[in-house]
Design a protein around this ligand. Sequence first.
Ligand SMILES: *Cc1c(COP(=O)(O)O)cnc(C)c1O
Length: 456
Amino acid sequence: MHDRIKSHRRRRIPAVTRILDALGHCDLPRPVIVDLVRRKLSEIRAQRSVPEFESIMVLVRRSLDELRASKLQPVINGTGIVIHTNFGRAPLPPNAIRALGEIGSGYSNLEYDLRGERGRRGSYVEGALALLCKADAATVVNNCAAALVLIVRHFTRTKTDVVISRGELVQIGGGFRIGEIIEATGAKLREVGATNKTTLNDYARAIGPNTAMILKVHRSNFFMSGFVESASTEKINDLARKKGLPFVEDLGSGAIVATKELGIADKEPTPAEALKSGVDLVCFSGDKLFGGPQAGIIAGKKRLIAALKDEPLFRALRCDKLSLAALQATVDLHLNQKKAQIPTLALLQISENELRARAAAICDDLSKSCFGLQITSGRGTAKTGGGTLPKSNLPSVTIDIIPKNSSLGDFAATLRAWNPPVIGRIAGDKFKLDLRTIFPHQDGVVIQAIMAACTK
Ligand SMILES: *Cc1c(COP(=O)(O)O)cnc(C)c1O
């Protein structure tokens, strides 16, 4: 007994090479593995006793699995949230993917005019975006937050105050608040009205010698109902004209196709509609309802777009060739009215019947091979998500599973550990996969993953 305790105390930390040998082949780069093993060993060193070699290997393997899972990789989205910020928002159109390959794999005329001179980056896409937004001009930066920063910086160079309604100081994904983004530029927020009510008079009273601009932010990811009031874009525009102030609207999601046309009850203003109401500039994201790559699109008055592009900050926020390539392909699809080829829009359009047929086939397949499992198809409500159309629930169809030999949490974890990971949600006593956000070509993989999970 005494001896055993002694030997336990004296057990030595294994050498890194011994652990690497025992690991065998691993698909992560060797320096990454070595670094992880060293960190694990120093954690062990800090403890009072050294575990057995096999326990150390279990620890190391588990950490390697976690590290591998943290690599950027495709996942199957069974949440029913079409524009899911955590899952990379818009799946790109095939044309955009092709453009990424073509432009990314070689040289391009990014800043070269094929007449043999230096050219302008993004000149085609800017023109096409202007046309799409029925604007005089347009440009692109990295994302909508960057667009907002650029715009606010430009207009607050001599005067400080940005007038904005208290009901529009929204928080967007990732804990980013519009108010904080504006203040980060050095501008001062001049909040007007109350959370639920902002009248034109509230705007009028707030305008003074320090006012630089009026900003309207579309409430894209939530809605208010009840005792609410807000001034219309047209009315605010009249006021801005009278006071000689720039008026900008952050539209957020950027619905190009009228939401009515998508069969969605929520009304989202299009950039063209906002500009028609007199707004000087609009900005919106490229990867929400626009259905393209991450980008911040700005459209509006030619003089203002030109001035924004002259800002030194513009250089720091400009898009790379890959974003421009994917955006160019997406803009062309919009101009050609090929919304069926824009996955984000196509997913919103799938009929319930189609989803029901797929659900029946999946349930049929699984009930033949997974005996321990209770599987049915259910009714679901998919969501646009990503800070768009907060009210519009889309009827959808789910695969509902009650596992027999494992808890719901363990079942969900097994599917997340599948390659590619399958992500659903737990509601009540069921695990649910919403088919609206699962591409039909992924149904086979989903079936395999569930089979593996139920035989585990
Ligand atoms: C999503 C959103 C943003 C931020 O867009 P990003 O492209 O993610 O930077 C800004 N404003 C509103 C109203 C939004 O909905």
